[in-house]
Design a protein around this ligand. Structure first.
Ligand SMILES: C[S@@+](CC[C@H](N)C(=O)[O-])C[C@H]1O[C@@H](n2cnc3c(N)ncnc32)[C@H](O)[C@@H]1O
Length: 210
């Protein structure tokens, strides 16, 4: 049990031995979830994309396969994640198709209106200032650019204790469709859509910058 706790605690900001294991586990464990969510997020060839909280870099790798002549940026505030994501994407980095940088979602090191799309898989729960951070992402999106938020922890009013243990341990909150739609609206996004995969607790939200 202690080992399981050390592993899950490293979802917040992977570091050290348990962080390495967590990164490996996230790259494997979020693969199907990410593929499902990307089905709702069409990507045009030539797009310039950003993956926020890129972890071990598997989403950056997936996006590189979809952007054709475009480019994919990844950021994560964990030094270890940046190292591992760079390793996984070394060929894409060598040919200047991917760039991975250590940074916080709250202060993205990019000029305004740079990206056609931004993705964020299983990371929103940890952001320190969710409304401000959604606005910071909007700053970097082009007009009409889209944000994809992906969650494995859908809050369910019929099963309120579903996530209690992990919520307490990591000091986070599962997310409901309504909550995320409201936050995106408050942050100034439009055309907000949410999808839940039936039979699972998977949720994704897509929203557009005006
Ligand atoms: C559960 S992991 C998900 C990683 C990856 N997106 C995936 O699907 O495998 C959460 C990631 O968000 C990153 N993260 C958390 N808070 C962050 C913040 N404020 N700024 C940037 N990255 C953050 C963590 O370092 C971690 O890599």
């Amino acid at each position: 049990m202690k080992k399981y706790h050390k592993l899950t605690e490293n979802a917040v900001k992977p570091e050290g031995f348990w962080g390495k294991l967590m990164i490996r586990s996230m790259n494997r464990g979020h693969h199907e979830l990410t593929d499902w969510a990307l089905e709702h997020f069409p990507i045009e060839s030539g797009s310039v994309l950003l993956d926020v909280g890129c972890g071990g870099g598997r989403t950056v790798e997936k996006l590189c396969q979809k952007v054709g002549s475009g480019k994919v940026y990844g950021i994560d505030y964990s030094e270890l994640c940046v190292e591992k994501a760079r390793k996984l994407n070394h060929k894409n980095i060598l040919c200047n198709k991917a760039v991975i940088t250590q940074a916080s979602v709250s202060a993205l090191p990019f000029e305004a209106e740079k990206f056609d799309g931004v993705t964020a898989v299983e990371t929103y729960y940890f952001w320190p200032d969710k409304l401000g951070d959604l606005r910071e992402i909007a700053r970097t999106l082009k007009s009409g650019g889209r944000l994809l938020l992906v969650f494995e922890m859908l809050a369910d009013e019929n099963d309120p204790d579903r996530w209690t243990a992990v919520e307490k341990r990591l000091n986070i909150k599962a997310v409901s469709r309504k909550e995320i739609a409201t936050m995106l609206e408050r942050a100034g996004y439009q055309n907000i859509r949410t999808h839940v995969k039936s039979g699972t607790t998977w949720l994704c939200a897509i929203a557009e910058k005006e």
